[in-house]
Design a binder for this molecule. Structure first.
Ligand code: FMN
Length: 191
């Protein structure tokens, strides 16, 4: 898959087929994150790949999905829930730049996943303290984000909108999720 195509077409996926993701694909996602740009090349991020079904179920109540269209894009256990999560971990004392590192790494993971026919949901609305206990992390570590991974059971679409128009994502009559993106001519000035 072309990089351009993946960049333009990748969408957050929140409903998943009940099919396991191969470990080799998950490993390639982590490998993509591993070689991504990071501040001073310090490589401070670590990852926990969770496929164990009991642990996946325990993670689920500690997440929140698509607030704007709730509950329509909250996956249901055994029907549309992801079977895999990747937790992005860092030192508890890391400085703010760690969020930039995590963002770049997660985008790499999402694009690698997309190129393999997988969809992701980057999750920031998570109960970090409870996840830390669940993952048995020591005090000096923190959970930054979760990334849900699975085979898509929905096809969200992006649409260009002028700056100032609502950017709230919404469902149409067919329950397809639309993601407004501010159009190119409105996001950049050229000097
Ligand atoms: C930092 C960050 C945190 C996010 N947290 C959540 C979340 O907790 N739950 C959720 O359903 N989506 C979450 N998302 C996904 C965004 O809602 C999604 O990226 C946005 O609606 C744009 O859709 P797109 O990824 O298809 O372009 C998060 C995205 C980012 C970058």
């Amino acid at each position: 898959m072309e990089v351009k195509e993946a960049l333009k077409n990748r969408r957050t996926v929140r409903l998943y087929q009940q099919k396991n993701v191969p470990d080799s694909d998950l490993a390639e996602m982590i490998d993509a994150a591993r070689v991504t740009s990071c501040a001073s090349n310090l490589q401070q991020l670590r990852y926990i790949v969770i496929r164990d079904s009991k642990l996946v179920k325990e993670i689920f109540p500690l997440t929140a999905w698509a607030n704007l269209v709730r509950p329509s894009r909250t996956p249901e256990s055994g029907i549309s829930a992801p079977r895999c999560f990747i937790a992005v971990i860092a030192s508890a004392s890391a400085n703010q730049v760690i969020y930039a590192d995590a963002g770049a790494a997660i985008q790499s993971m999402q694009l690698m996943a997309w190129s393999k026919g997988l969809g992701c949901c980057w999750l920031g609305s998570i109960q970090r303290d409870k996840l830390k206990i669940l993952f048995e992390l020591p005090d000096d570590k923190q959970v930054l984000y979760l990334v849900a991974v699975g085979y898509p059971a929905e096809k969200p679409v992006a649409e260009d909108v002028p700056d100032g128009k609502s950017v709230f994502y919404y469902l149409d009559e067919q329950k397809c999720l639309h993601i407004p993106k501010i159009r190119l001519e409105d996001v950049a000035t050229w000097r």
